[in-house]
Design a protein around this ligand. Structure first.
Ligand code: TXA
Ligand code: MG
Length: 320
């Protein structure tokens, strides 16, 4: 693949129109938020979301934060509740992400939520992020705009250094003033702090008038893991060139299967289809055999997810 340098876009009408154009075309664009620069893609487009993982060379699929323009837009995607209303009133726009149950017909890609039935939403305060969301007029999935394992970027130069040859554009909106990622709260009973960040948890507790439970309370080792990654109920067998008796077969490339991740062997397409197809096959109630997936590019993250799904279940966090 010939790699092209990202277009540096100014945070004005023309630059943002071009950024929105790239997003509509399924490309990734980095943009400033008040916490860190995000690597954005259309959260409804699975292949666009897959390109985020590809650009970051992320070895695994974690659910991503979906950025929306305002509270009203947020309510389209989730089942809102009183606690969410209080937190949004107090901290949005701002450095707080709320994890809430997905609504019916939410329209977000299954890759953005990594197959979970909840989603993390944030209304960023940075004026450039606000304008981009306004012009794009849709939800933007965005993790920090750095290659996996590197530190989060707080100016456009950091993004260019890390990802400049892997993404379509970068909106240069100057330095980020918060400098650490948003605080993530799961808005459940009790509410839980999933990741400390730009807004102090004590301020959140004051607004909620109750303490935030910590992930450790459930013996979960790393932030975010409380999400308890989606895994099918069915038994899974990997690297299966054909299905054994009773199995249903998930194909890839030359191996057609009963349903295929990508008939042409395209890993971006396969990543976009992964969680949706697993859900679909799981509903048959049959054990799932999965064709071999190469370990190149996004194949690493796909295999990581498949390996976890196929691993013995005892000792895993609950998968509700
Ligand atoms: O400040 C920020 O939050 C930056 C800027 C760009 O907005 N974004 C960011 O996004 O840090 P991201 O996608 O890297 O954060 C993803 C983390 C996951 O690792 C996980 O901990 C949590 O958000 N998360 C997302 N969806 C979740 C869900 N449904 N349930 C639990 N945790 C979730
Ligand atoms: Mg990050």
């Amino acid at each position: 693949m010939v790699k092209q340098a990202a277009q540096i876009l100014s945070p004005d009408e023309n630059g943002l129109a071009q950024a929105a154009e790239y997003l509509r075309a399924g490309q990734c664009v980095a943009f400033p938020t008040e916490t860190v620069y995000g690597l954005g893609a259309d959260a409804r487009d699975g292949q666009a979301v897959a390109r985020i993982y590809e650009a970051k060379s992320r070895p695994s699929f974690n659910p991503l934060i979906v950025h929306v323009h305002d509270v009203q837009a947020a309510k389209r995607y989730v089942r809102w509740n009183d606690m969410a209303e209080r937190l949004a009133q107090a901290f949005w726009p701002g450095a707080l992400s709320l994890v809430l149950p997905l609504s019916d017909n939410h329209g977000l890609s299954e890759l953005v939520t990594a197959g979970l039935d909840t989603v993390a939403l944030r209304v960023p305060a940075h004026p450039v992020a606000q304008q981009l969301l306004d012009i794009f007029d849709g939800p933007i999935a965005a993790p920090s705009a750095n290659p996996s394992g590197r530190i989060s970027p707080t100016c456009a130069g950091h993004v260019i250094d890390g990802l400049g040859d892997r993404i379509a554009g970068i909106v240069d909106g100057g330095p980020c003033n918060v400098g650490v990622e948003s605080t993530i709260v799961q808005v459940s009973s009790p509410p839980r702090l999933l990741r400390p960040g730009g807004i102090a948890s004590v301020n959140i507790e004051t607004v909620l008038e109750c303490p935030l439970a910590s992930p450790e309370a459930e013996k979960i080792t790393a932030p975010g893991q409380i999400a308890s990654h989606y895994a099918p109920n069915a038994e899974m067998r990997l690297n299966a060139h054909s299905a054994d008796h009773g199995e249903i077969h998930l194909g890839f490339g030359d191996i057609a299967g009963d349903l295929t991740l990508s008939a042409s062997g395209n890993l971006v397409e396969a990543a976009a289809n992964l969680f949706g197809h697993l859900h679909q096959l799981d509903e048959t109630g049959r054990p799932i055999a999965v064709a071999p997936i190469p370990m190149t590019g996004l194949g690493q993250a796909i295999n990581d997810r498949l390996n976890r799904a196929a691993a013995p279940r005892s000792g895993m966090p609950s998968r509700s």
